[in-house]
Design a protein around this ligand. Structure first.
Ligand code: UD1
Length: 315
């Protein structure tokens, strides 16, 4: 009987949000698989008694396969999720993101998993001229990370068509929210903005700050994952996981200052290699096929995120 859920990268920022959402929905058995390379056990602190935690690397078939066997759904979030890190460490990030995903899909197939929901990335679109970005557009990855995530998506789709493994890919658009680690140079920009404002330090914006992103609140992404786990007739397909909006970095920093009631002019540095200029999701297919409707406006998400960093995030 398929009775359990697996979340790879479940000690990470997005994975731990999926774990929480599963628990809220009454899931009985949740198995978290995480190497703790970027994930942290503290992200699971208050739910630790309700889940099974396994420190394991998705590249290790022998370790991972028994944990997946017979799972109802595997949410595959484990990855090294950074454009600049993929440029600086191409072998390691390829190994985890591409070979790890391949290994995981092999284990899911042999273990007769009910469905794999794969964390793909909006970076696959690259610099498309047309906005919003829609799933029918040809991908055009600009960085190793974008290519890794696209390769995983193609593998998921091929495992569906060739082996009959049920898979769905979700192209996340710049996810932010509580538990995003702000402490590394590879951290997501909004977590860096939160740290900067609470420490009253100017952030460095790469380029002119007029690049834009469809920043998506982590609870909306978790909700989308649960919808994708249940939707019918979606195997082998890819959907955008975005909010549908678009905010420039200058606009985002202005909002952070407004919420906090401070004025701290940002510093500006050279543009970052591999950066996409604009990013915005077309959300129609996810709404139609998965029944997804994002709940959090950018301002609401930012207020909640800042409150978390202030009270729980140790800043
Ligand atoms: C990309 C992907 C996203 C993926 C994410 C994982 C796109 C459009 N999105 O996000 O799908 O999940 O990688 O990391 O490719 N920046 C600064 N100052 C900083 C840090 C960043 O100005 O201190 C700028 C970056 O140059 C970039 C923007 O902020 O223009 C967003 O950067 P980041 O948060 O790293 O995410 P993306 O690279 O957009």
């Amino acid at each position: 009987m398929r009775d359990h859920y697996v979340v790879t990268g479940g000690a990470g920022f997005i994975g731990s949000a999926i774990v929480r959402s599963l628990l809220e929905e009454g899931a009985r058995r949740i198995v978290v698989v995480d190497s703790l390379v970027t994930g942290r056990e503290s992200n699971l602190e208050e739910v630790r008694q309700s889940i099974e935690f396994h420190r394991a690397d998705i590249r290790n078939y022998e370790e991972v396969a028994p944990l997946l066997r017979g799972a109802a759904v595997v949410f595959h979030e484990a990855a090294i999720p950074s454009v600049p890190r993929s440029i600086e460490e191409p072998e390691f990030t390829h190994d985890v993101n591409v070979n790890g995903t391949f290994t995981l899909l092999c284990a899911a197939r042999v273990g007769e998993v009910g469905r794999v929901v794969y964390a793909a990335s909006s970076s696959a679109y690259g610099d498309s001229q047309v906005l919003p970005k829609v799933e029918t557009m040809a991908p055009s990855p600009k960085s190793p990370y974008a290519l890794h995530k696209l390769a995983g998506e193609y593998y998921a789709s091929v495992f569906a068509s060739v082996y009959g493994l049920d898979t769905v890919s979700l192209r996340y658009f710049n996810v932010y929210g509580p538990r995003q680690d702000p402490s590394s140079p590879y951290s997501g920009v909004l977590s860096i903005f939160m740290k900067s404002v609470l420490e009253r330090c100017p952030p460095t914006i790469f380029g002119d700050g007029e690049q834009s992103r469809d920043f998506t609140y982590v609870e909306d992404v978790a909700a989308l994952n649960l919808k994708a786990a249940r939707a019918r007739n979606v195997s082998g397909k890819t959907y955008n996981g975005g909010n549908g909006g678009r905010i420039t970095l200058n606009g985002a920093w202005a909002l952070v200052q407004k919420i906090e009631g401070v004025e701290i002019p940002a510093r500006y540095g050279p543009p970052r290699a591999g950066d996409v200029r604009h990013s915005q999701a077309d959300t129609a297919a996810a709404a139609r096929d998965l029944g997804h409707a994002p709940r959090f406006s950018f301002e609401e998400g930012m207020r909640r995120t800042l409150a978390w960093y202030r009270h729980d995030g140790g800043l």
